[in-house]
Ligand binder design. Structure first.
Ligand code: WQD
Length: 334
């Protein structure tokens, strides 16, 4: 099978490409390097010793996307490409709606022209908004509180309607919880250039002394220690979930929805403590005000993915902390 991976040089995309190549899938990456680096291509080759196709293009460029499908018989697509910063989406909603939705509409249009009917979509637990109870199951009500999350919700609806009108189309909506960590090789991982919005890359920059301390956004939530609780999942476990999704959808049609999480919640302070302990490094922090829009707690019920995909997360929080730090130490030659 030949799989097109949009955003395949990104954090989750690159880890998924590695696992696809390890499983002897043929892979074509399309990426415009908006939120990724060209060197990831060499790192994927160094990890897998496999070749793959690559196109530098924007998924909103219909001509470029048609060229990819004209030059490759694509059997299925994993669609990661899209803007993903919650805060930025609040400031620039038009950019988020245009990019994330247009790119998906163009992708699906071209897929249909070239008789490609299988799509795995990178969705997010953010579509659940603030859940009424925990753990979260796939049939929980959906509601979003920021434009980024709303693009995910809209795209889920769009793909569902398209699939229902086409009996050959198979769509898998994967709702990620909080992906962190890095490949054991230390060659690919998450290392944003700017000041990170997300907790783990922020912790890493404090550990490497690029930033002075972690600002813990509130310790008055109704959680184990008052700080926010999230379901952190190792990015390699997440990548392997995509392989299972491809295996599932290649012979079926319709819309399948799965939470990809561990089912375990970890608080901000627990993550900071674990990171410092397993890496034997200082991670100073201070308690600050809550971040607007944050919810107290969010973690998955991953039962459906286990039963229907035969997938479950196996790496623990210690693995995630160790691998995240190993990657950045390698990048910075520490
Ligand atoms: C985690 C916890 C913060 C930073 C977002 C998106 C989600 C997905 C993952 C794309 C919260 C606390 C954070 C900091 C802190 N992204 N925190 N200090 O908000 O759960 O999810 O990123 O798909 O869609 O919504 O992740 O890492 O930003 O926050 O105290 O400097 O850490 O309050 O409790 P979040 P996060």
């Amino acid at each position: 099978m030949k799989i097109l991976v949009t955003g395949g040089c990104g954090f989750i995309g690159s880890h998924t490409v590695v696992e696809l190549l390890n499983k002897n899938y043929e892979v074509v990456i399309v990426d415009n390097f908006y939120n990724s680096k060209r060197e990831v291509l060499d790192n994927i080759k160094e990890i897998t010793h496999k070749s793959f196709g690559f196109y530098e293009a924007d998924c909103c460029d219909e001509t470029a996307m048609r060229k990819i499908f004209k030059e490759n018989k694509i059997d299925a697509v994993i669609h990661f490409a899209g803007y993903k910063a919650v805060g930025e989406s609040v400031a620039k909603p038009l950019m988020y709606y245009q990019n994330n939705i247009d790119s998906t509409l163009i992708l699906v249009k071209v897929m249909k022209e070239f008789d490609c009917h299988k799509l795995v979509f990178s969705s997010s637990a953010t579509v659940y908004g603030s859940p009424a109870s925990l753990p979260i199951q796939e049939d929980f009500p959906l509601s979003t509180t920021n434009p980024y999350g709303t693009t995910k919700l809209f795209i889920e609806r769009i793909l569902t309607d398209i699939a229902h009108a086409d009996n050959e189309m198979g769509v898998v909506l994967l709702r990620y919880f909080n992906p962190i960590g890095a490949h054991k090789s230390g060659l690919i991982g998450e290392n944003p250039n700017d000041i990170p919005n997300n907790l783990m890359p922020y912790i890493v920059k404090v550990a490497t002394k690029e930033l002075p301390q972690v600002n813990v956004f509130g310790n008055d939530y109704d959680t184990i220690d008052g700080t926010g609780v999230r379901d952190y999942i190792h990015v390699v476990d997440l990548a392997l979930g995509h392989i299972k999704a491809i295996e599932k959808i290649k012979d079926t049609a319709g819309v399948l929805i799965y939470n990809l999480g561990t089912g375990k919640g970890t608080s901000v302070l627990e993550l900071i403590e674990t990171f410092a302990r397993v890496n034997q490094v200082e991670v100073p922090y201070q308690i600050t005000d809550r971040r607007p829009g944050d919810i107290a707690a969010c973690y998955a019920d991953p039962t459906k993915a286990k039963e229907e995909l035969g997938w479950e997360a196996v790496r623990n929080i210690e693995d995630m902390c160790q691998d995240a730090y190993s990657f950045v130490k390698k990048v910075k030659n520490l």
